[in-house]
Design a protein around this ligand. Sequence first.
Ligand code: COA
Length: 145
Amino acid sequence: MGPSDARALADFLKVVDLTLSGLDAPTVRLWVERGDEGEVVASTGYEISADREHALIRSVAVDPSLRSAGRGGDLARFAFERAAEEGACTAWLFSRRSGPFWRGLGCVPADRYELANVLGETCQVRLFKETGQLDREVAWSRPLT
Ligand SMILES: CC(C)(COP(=O)(O)OP(=O)(O)OC[C@H]1O[C@@H](n2cnc3c(N)ncnc32)[C@H](O)[C@@H]1OP(=O)(O)O)[C@@H](O)C(=O)NCCC(=O)NCCS
């Protein structure tokens, strides 16, 4: 994602109801896919922990009109691969609505407070702690090695 993608990505993430926190943070890696008209049709990314051991997968989303064709799985695997290349050993994520999707990618239910402990400095965890959303979240994890 380049600077010119930031506004369009934020608009897209609002539509798919995902968090906008920290989109410009230096620890956050994001990719966007554009459609024929230049509109954002999909995104993926992660935020890496300070020790680079853990990656918080985030912003994995596909435009509703393009779902159920394998794109979401490809984007999630792309994020896992890039995070592993960067040295992360474990991928973590929050997802209340798409558990079966993440299970299909090898993720298992995880302790949300353990996630918040190992990724405590990430934008998403800080926001979820501040707002109390952490207590309502569902966490998942998957080894990357
Ligand atoms: C989750 C999401 C990225 C999946 O995108 P997609 O392009 O439909 O994904 P795929 O086509 O690769 O789906 C793979 C499988 O997961 C299933 N699946 C996808 N979303 C699902 C959901 N919300 N609940 C249950 N199953 C789901 C699909 O049915 C498919 O299974 P199948 O191949 O056996 O039919 C998409 O639904 C989305 O953008 N959701 C809103 C954003 C979101 O919640 N992101 C996750 C948190 S970061």
